[in-house]
Design a protein around this ligand. Structure first.
Ligand SMILES: Nc1ncnc2c1ncn2[C@@H]1O[C@H](COP(=O)(O)OP(=O)(O)OP(=O)(O)O)[C@@H](O)[C@H]1O
Ligand SMILES: [Mg+2]
Length: 312
């Protein structure tokens, strides 16, 4: 059975927020905006991307690596790539560097690591858990870790990794590690997953399916959907009525009609999400010029903060 979706964005409480959705819907953009909104609310934030992407650039980092780079007073960014996390894990598990290097270089190990279902994903989670536990001057180094997760198809294996591997290891240190990861993901006070979608029928249908798989299938807490790139309201009802009397072939009229139709579709998709999930989606506007130009991420961060009840 589906659990109730929390109605607000808990920017002020959760420790791990995972952001996923279909390819190209704005996951990285939304992660960057979330990071800025939470840092502005005085939380110490680490924004993490899995694999190479634009998160660092959006947050103003010159370079991004698997070690956090500070980009603001309370904001850092890092990138995890499965080969590097595998190396980290082996080095920390096998403290003897020489032995670890030999193991990492061995073809047998590389083949095994590539073949073990969920192992690279588990190591990403293991690294994230390490950051959540890290302490500096007696308090957590980061209040919130934001994970810009891979697109839908790859996010499920990531979030299912502890369970997938749990079937292979029931006892010993690996089993303990898997149990800890499961606990981290399944504690609603710690972890919340957000699905980003654009207001198009296909994207919304896929979002509803993914919501079901994450919630019912994996038992994770999923936040209200983030409906990104919603065309703004540009015309009043009087304008719309006036439009009907104008030359339908005039390029300005064609453009206005196109805008109205996209907005109508966006509203229909908003209603579908709200009806199906029983919660109001968080709407973010379609920005032109796009959000990566100056001020775009800040504008989206303000909208998210408002949705989280953190701003007026
Ligand atoms: N609210 C918005 N308004 C206008 N353009 C947007 C908005 N959000 C995202 N975009 C644009 O959509 C494109 C994809 O955004 P983004 O890279 O954040 O998506 P993604 O889901 O992370 O993609 P991928 O699946 O490739 O990682 C970018 O060119 C971005 O500028
Ligand atoms: Mg991305």
């Amino acid at each position: 059975m589906r659990r109730a979706v929390p109605p607000r964005l808990p920017l002020a409480s959760q420790r791990l927020i995972v952001i996923t959705g279909k390819g190209g819907v704005g996951k990285t953009t939304v992660t960057a905006a979330f990071a800025q909104a939470a840092a502005a609310a005085r939380r110490r934030v680490l924004a993490v991307e899995v694999g190479p992407g634009r998160l660092g650039t959006l947050l103003g980092a010159a370079t991004v690596s698997h070690e956090p780079t500070r980009v603001g007073p309370r904001l850092a960014v890092a990138r995890l790539e499965s080969e590097a996390v595998l190396g980290d894990f082996v080095l920390s598990a096998l403290r003897l560097r020489l032995l670890a290097r030999r193991l990492l270089e061995s073809t047998t190990f590389q083949v095994l690591a590539a073949a073990a279902p969920g192992l690279p994903e588990l190591l990403v989670l293991h690294r994230v858990a390490g950051w959540l536990e890290e302490r500096r001057l007696g308090r957590p180094a980061y209040d919130l870790v934001l994970l810009d997760a891979p697109a839908s198809g790859h996010s499920l294996p990531l979030l299912a990794a502890p369970r997938t591997l749990g079937a292979l290891a029931r006892f010993g240190p690996v089993a303990t590690l898997l149990r800890n990861m499961e606990r981290m993901l399944h504690d609603p006070a710690t972890t919340l997953v957000f699905l980003v979608t654009t207001p198009e029928e296909l994207a919304v249908r896929e979002t509803l399916e993914l919501h079901q798989e994450l919630d019912v299938g994996l038992g994770l807490s999923v936040g209200p959907p983030i409906l990104n790139a919603v065309p703004r309201r540009r015309f009043t009802p009087t304008d719309v009525a006036a439009l009907a009397a104008l030359d339908p072939d005039d390029p300005h009229v064609v453009a206005a009609r196109f805008h109205l139709e996209r907005r109508r579709q966006a509203q229909a998709q908003y209603s579908t999400l709200r009806r199906t999930l029983g919660v109001s989606p968080v709407r973010l506007p379609l920005l032109f010029p796009p959000p990566e130009t100056s001020g775009g991420i800040d504008a989206l961060a303000t909208d998210l903060a408002r949705a989280a009840g953190l701003a007026a």
